[in-house]
Design a protein around this ligand. Sequence first.
Ligand SMILES: *Cc1c(COP(=O)(O)O)cnc(C)c1O
Length: 496
Amino acid sequence: MLYSSTRNPMETASPAEAVLRGIAPDGGLYMNDLSEVKLDWRALLQKDFYGMAEEILGALLPDFGAEAMHRMIHAAYEGKFETADITPLLPVGDAYQLELFRGPTSAFKDVALSLLPQLITEARKKLGQQGETVILTATSGDTGKAALAGFRDVPGTRILVFYPSEGVSAIQQAQMVTQQGNNVCVCAVDGNFDDAQTGVKNIFAACAEKNLLSGKDMVLSSANSINIGRLTPQIVYYFKAYADLVRMGRIQAGENVNFVVPTGNFGNILAGYLAKRLGLPVAKLLCASNANDVLTEFLRTGSYNRRRPFYKTSSPSMDILVSSNLERLLYLASDGDAAMVAEKMQELSAQGFYEVSPALLAKIQETFLAGCCGDEAADETTRELWEQHHTLCDPHTAVAWNVYAQCRAQLGDTPTVVLSTASPFKFAPAVLRALRMPAPRQEFACMEMLHTRTGVPVPANLAALSELPCRHSDRIPKEAMLDYVLRKMEEPQWNR
Ligand SMILES: *Cc1c(COP(=O)(O)O)cnc(C)c1O
C-alpha cells in the first residue's frame, strides 16, 4: 500500500516513508483513498481501544507489521491515560461527550502524539536510517507539551520546542518548562506564535539548503498535524465511541451517528471522515469554529478566503486562517483529483482565495455541516452545560456544544457525539469567567478555585505543576533560533 501526494499521484511513499517525511516534497500531503483497505468494521466493535487501534492502524500502515504495531500501541497508551479505555464516552442531555483529554497533558493531541514517536522510531529502523531524529516544533500552547510528553526518553530521538514568550498561558508555559527527560529542550522566543513558527520553518530550510547537519548523524523532523502518523491514530476513537454507543444499548450496530468536532487545522474532523470511508456508519460531521469562521464559510459556500481579520479568542487552538488538512478532504471528495487540488492550493498561496466546483461542494456537503460562534455565546453554553447537566467543559468544547445546539434541526434524531478536546482546568481562568465565578489573578489559583467551586477534580498532571521545578529557562530573540539549534546539537545529551 502506497500513499501519494494530494498534488501529484506520481509522488508516492510507503507508509513508513510518509511518516518520516511528514510533508511530500511537492508541498502536498500524503494520502491514500482507502478503497483497497479491507476492514470488517462490525468485528472491530467487539474489541477494546487497543484491539481497534491494532486493526485500524495495521490496515492503514501495513508495512510496520502486526507485531510491531501491537508493541507500539501498548507502549504509547498503557498506563499513560487517566482511564483504562483511553477515550471515555459520557451521555450529556440528549447527546454524548467523547472525552479526548484524559492523556498525560490533558489535551486531545495526546492521543496522536503518544503514538507518533513510536511510529517515527520504528520507521527509521525499517528504512535503515542511522543516528538521531531531532523533532523541532513551534507551539502556540498545547502541541508543544503533548509532543514533549510523547517523545520524552524515546530512544533515538530528541525534541526541541520553541514557544512564543508572549503567546502561551501561564499553565501552558509551566507545563513546558517543567518537562523532565534526557532528550528534551524548551526555549522561549521573544515574539508571537508566527515569529516562532516562521523561525522553525527557516531552520528546516537552512539545514536542507546549506547542508548544515552533514556529519552530525542527525535528521530533523516535525510533529505537526499533517503527518499521517498523527492523523491515523485519531481514527480509532470514532470507532471506539460508536462501539460504546452500541454497548450502552443506545444504538444498534449499523445505525447512523453524527459527530460534532471543534476544529482548527481540520485534522480531528478529517479522521472522522476517514472512519466513515472505512465503513463506520456516520451520517454528518459538524465542523464547529469560533469567530475565525473561514471553514464555516467554505463548507457552506465552497469559497475559501483567508483574507479576513484574525481574531484572538478564548479557544486559541482554533484560531486559524489556513486549515492544512482541508487539502486532504478536497483530494478525497474529488476522488483523487490531484491536479485540481494543486491548482486550488496554488491559488490559496498566491491570492489567499479559492473556490471549488458546485459538484465538489455538493459531495462535501453530503457529509459535512458547519457552524460557528463567538466567545460570549460559547460562555453561555458553558454555563448551561454546568447548570443543566453538571458537565464542565473547556472553551473549545463549548464552541462545539454551542454549534450543536444551533444545528439541532439539521442533525435530526440521529444520536450525536460531541468531541471534547481539552480539560477545562487547562483554561481555568476562561472557564471561571464563563461560569461567572470569581477568577483569581494567578492562573494556578484559578485551577484550585474551579475545583473548589465545582467539586470536579484537577487532573493529576496539572495539579502537580506548581510544585515542579523549572528546568528550561532559555529565552532568545527570534533571530537567534538557528544558532541556538546548531549549538544545542553539539551537546551529547540534553540532561534535565
Ligand atoms: C488542536 C486543538 C483543536 C483543533 O484540532 P484540529 O485537529 O487542528 O482541527 C481543538 N481543540 C483543542 C483543545 C486543540 O488543542
